[in-house]
Design a binder for this molecule. Structure first.
Ligand code: SF4
Length: 282
């Protein structure tokens, strides 16, 4: 059995940097309590490893004490929450992904004179809540063309169009073109990160050439779930697992080629272990 492993499988730049910062915080702890505000990434095996190292996951700044060292997650937080973090006496280590931070600051600067923000994204996603909090004027979030049309922007108004970093670039460009025709004073910010799209494109390209796909990553990880559903949508039997131990040899009997990919929050050791498990069947 041939195993085709995606080159893009595993950590994106923002996740790698956030975990490096958490590792450094642990190394520099000097007796302080190390905390993250919410799970640092959506991978239960990684979270269990950090918990075993003494890292505490708190839900809000209320769970922190003066002297704690708290790490801000890769997809960022709202300005209010960051102020509360800094006010509670904890030392704050900002592990917001540089691309998310750039998007936050671009929104702040572009709306500084009161322009209205139109943000393409998922309203209930923490990154989107963070981005909205950086708008200095009115802000609206929309998830599709219908929701944008319902906002009925005023052609005489000044607007800033931006996107959640993980949205689809093609759809964003379509929305931009439609808005430019109606809004002469539109400012467009380039805030999309291609890490998600590259993973999806490679997973699809592999899925088309194999008998079955294995997708490794947390069940709570949205980008991992999207990889698995894209693979299943192209008609390939898809196994979404968190660890190799969940696979069953009988599911691979008679397969000639199997694809392997993983979400942006899946550590290499779990992907390597899955590849080794599949190779042992070959
Ligand atoms: Fe940063 Fe892109 Fe990874 Fe999001 S997907 S954390 S924006 S590198």
């Amino acid at each position: 059995m041939e195993i085709i492993r995606a080159k893009t499988a595993g950590f994106c730049m923002g996740v790698s940097l956030a975990l490096q910062k958490l590792d450094k915080a642990i190394a520099d702890a000097r007796g302080r309590r190390i905390c993250t505000l919410g799970p640092i990434i959506h991978n239960p095996q990684v979270l269990a490893d950090y918990e075993a190292l003494g890292v505490h996951c708190v839900d809000s700044p209320d769970g922190l004490h003066a002297g704690d060292l708290v790490v801000i997650r890769a997809h960022g937080i709202t300005r209010d929450v960051e102020e509360a973090l800094r006010a509670c006496g904890a030392e704050v280590l900002d592990a917001t992904c540089p691309r998310v931070k750039k998007a936050q600051l671009s929104i702040r600067n572009a709306t500084a004179q009161g322009a209205t923000l139109l943000l393409f994204g998922e309203a209930d996603h923490p990154e989107v809540r963070g981005l909205l909090s950086y708008a200095c004027g009115p802000a609206h979030v929309f998830g599709n063309r219908e929701e944008l049309a319902a906002l009925a922007p005023d052609p005489a108004g000044v607007y800033v169009l931006a996107s959640q970093t993980t949205q689809d670039r093609g759809e964003f460009e379509h929305l931009e073109a439609a808005l430019r025709e109606r809004l002469p004073q539109l400012v467009v910010l380039s805030t999309i990160c291609d890490a998600t799209r590259e993973r999806q494109q490679e997973a699809l390209a592999i899925a088309h050439t194999v008998d079955a796909m294995v997708v490794v990553g947390g069940r709570q990880s949205g980008n991992t779930r999207r990889l698995a559903s894209l693979s299943a949508q192209c008609g390939k039997e898809t196994f979404h697992i968190e660890q190799a131990g969940e696979l069953r040899a009988e599911d691979f009997a008679g397969r000639r080629r199997v694809g392997l990919t993983a979400g942006a929050s899946t550590p290499r050791k779990l992907i390597d272990a899955t590849e080794a498990w599949l190779k042992a069947l070959a």
